[in-house]
Design a protein around this ligand. Structure first.
Ligand code: HEC
Length: 195
């Protein structure tokens, strides 16, 4: 029996659609966070500001004696493939990359650094001022509880081209002691759905 051309054409379109969605998901699974050179250094992943934005903790200078340790908004992004995996399993997969960009506030009008805007008195982001990053790699960073911590400078862009992992006493110790889920302060990111 001869298959009508219209059915063949429809089958072709379905197959092409299936292939396209397959390659889109294959691409997503392969989507990458940080990569390392032979000296174990890494760079800020390109396009991280288009990743999943998970939250913005705020430590204003005005509430921290004029000089917060991490001034002031912390814009936190996670690589989308790792986000999808975490939402499914509750586990940050190997390679999970989380970038925290520091953002300074518009100049304050009150002693606490807040100002008045049409929406109310508060704190309002103004300019980029630094990048910290953490990458889960339980073999490479076994000494710092399975995550590498990187500081690309706490200043306005341009940021450092590359960074080596910071020693335990600069970063990891505090996450080890205080973070709420596998070195990450998940309790500050309601989008992750866990405390
Ligand atoms: C004294 C404690 C402390 C130290 C030291 C510290 N952090 Fe954190 N870090 C925090 C806290 C608390 C948060 C979440 C709340 C916030 O951002 O204010 C955080 C958040 C982060 C995040 C976002 C993901 C998360 O876990 O919430 C990254 C990335 C990060 N820190 C990297 C670094 C890097 C890199 C260093 C070293 C240069 C560092 N941290 C040093 C306490 C610390």
């Amino acid at each position: 029996m001869k298959t009508p051309a219209i059915i063949l054409a429809a089958a072709g379109i379905l197959a092409a659609g299936a292939y396209l969605s397959y390659s889109a998901s294959a691409q997503m699974a392969a989507s990458q966070g940080a990569t390392f050179n032979a000296a174990n250094e890494t760079s800020i992943p390109e396009g991280f500001r288009e990743w999943v934005f998970i939250g913005a903790p705020l430590t204003p200078n005005g509430l921290n004696g004029g000089a917060a340790g991490f001034p002031e908004f912390h814009h936190v992004y996670i690589e989308p493939g790792a986000y999808a995996e975490f939402k499914k399993t509750g586990v940050f997969p190997e390679g999970t990359t989380i970038v925290k960009e520091l953002v300074l506030l518009h100049e304050g009008q009150h002693e606490d650094g807040s100002r008045d805007e049409p929406s109310g008195r508060g704190f309002f982001a103004d300019s980029f001022a630094g990048i910290d990053m953490m990458v889960k790699d339980t073999k490479r960073f076994a000494d710092t509880n399975g995550w590498g911590f990187f500081n690309f400078g706490h200043h306005a862009p341009p940021y450092a081209d590359k960074a080596a992992a910071a020693p335990n006493e600069s970063c990891a110790f505090c996450h080890t002691a205080n973070a709420t889920h596998d070195m990450v302060f998940t309790k500050f990111y309601p989008i992750l759905g866990r405390k």
